[in-house]
Design a protein around this ligand. Structure first.
Ligand SMILES: NC(=O)c1ccc[n+]([C@@H]2O[C@H](COP(=O)([O-])OP(=O)(O)OC[C@H]3O[C@@H](n4cnc5c(N)ncnc54)[C@H](OP(=O)(O)O)[C@@H]3O)[C@@H](O)[C@H]2O)c1
Length: 252
């Protein structure tokens, strides 16, 4: 059953590939108008834009706070009042313990800039936007199983950034619910995208499969119906919740 999002205007970050691309596709098919941010334009996103008038693209590097603001401003000037936002863009870069402090901290800062600082800045702008509109809206934070389970030794910054995103999403839910703003955190486990593929190849697919409760790894499109449901408003009374999407690999 396809969820009807025909009255909705949604802003999503990191839509060029992976989970962001799959969510964008599903949201448009559900009838939403979507403002999709990308950093690098991919043929897949370009094809969607050519096919669907409901899709509008905005480019920017979210590691740069000036570009974060510019992307947000471009989206809201074009869209008017948004009903939903999805903070999906993120990086997963390793920094092994045997690196020098400077090199290790370099990845730490890079990770925090994209995975946390940009999300914080967008959340602030997004809450102001929803409050000014007077109708509230839904905000979705794409975190990770790593926020709860922890990550492997090379990914300390990634796990810490995703843990902070969980706290941010919960606090938005507690703080602005009375003004109609609801917030949901999605915590995927391994999902077949470029981000996870390198790790799956390194560790071996059999080993990754052995760690999950289902027969196959999660695909990006598996996440889409639930995100659409949250953006429809039908889940508003579950605001603040974390939705685990890890094929029964980690329960908390
Ligand atoms: N795949 C998994 O197993 C998994 C598991 C748990 C959580 N997640 C989370 O799910 C989200 C999407 O990940 P994915 O698996 O779809 O990864 P992906 O295929 O690597 O896509 C990541 C997206 O983020 C964008 N991005 C990265 N750095 C950016 C920057 N500085 N400015 C703007 N955009 C930037 C990328 O743009 P470019 O194409 O230009 O790089 C890309 O569109 C991330 O937040 C990730 O942490 C993924």
């Amino acid at each position: 059953m396809q969820i009807d999002l025909s009255s909705r205007k949604i802003f999503i970050t990191g839509a060029g590939k992976g989970i962001g691309l799959a969510l964008t596709h599903y949201l448009i098919q559900s009838g939403a108008q979507v403002w999709a941010h990308y950093r690098s334009l991919t043929p897949e996103l370009k094809q969607l834009e050519e096919k669907y008038a409901l899709l509008h693209l905005v480019q920017g590097d979210l590691a740069n706070p000036l570009e974060v603001q510019s992307v947000f401003n471009q989206v809201t000037s074009a869209a008017g009042q948004l009903t939903g936002m999805v903070w999906n863009a993120g990086i997963f870069e390793g920094h092994p313990t045997d690196l020098s402090t400077a090199a290790w901290m370099d990845i730490w800062h890079k990770t925090m800039n994209v995975n946390l600082h940009a999300v914080g800045q967008l959340t602030h702008a997004g809450v102001q936007h929803f409050l000014a509109g007077g109708q509230g809206g839904q905000m979705i934070f794409i975190s990770s199983r790593a926020a709860y389970r922890g990550e492997t030794a090379d990914f300390l910054a990634y796990a810490a950034s995703k843990g902070a995103v969980v706290s941010l999403g919960k606090t938005v839910a507690r703080s602005f619910g009375k003004q109609g703003i609801t917030s949901f955190i999605l915590a995927p486990g391994f999902t077949r995208t470029q981000m996870a593929e390198r790790f799956i190849q390194e560790v071996g697919e059999d080993k990754v499969l052995a760690e999950i409760g289902l027969n196959e790894l999660t695909k990006p499109e598996d996440l889409a119906p639930l995100v659409a449901l949250a953006l429809s408003g039908a889940m508003d009374h579950a605001s603040g919740t974390t939705i685990d999407f890890n094929a029964a690999s980690y329960m908390h």
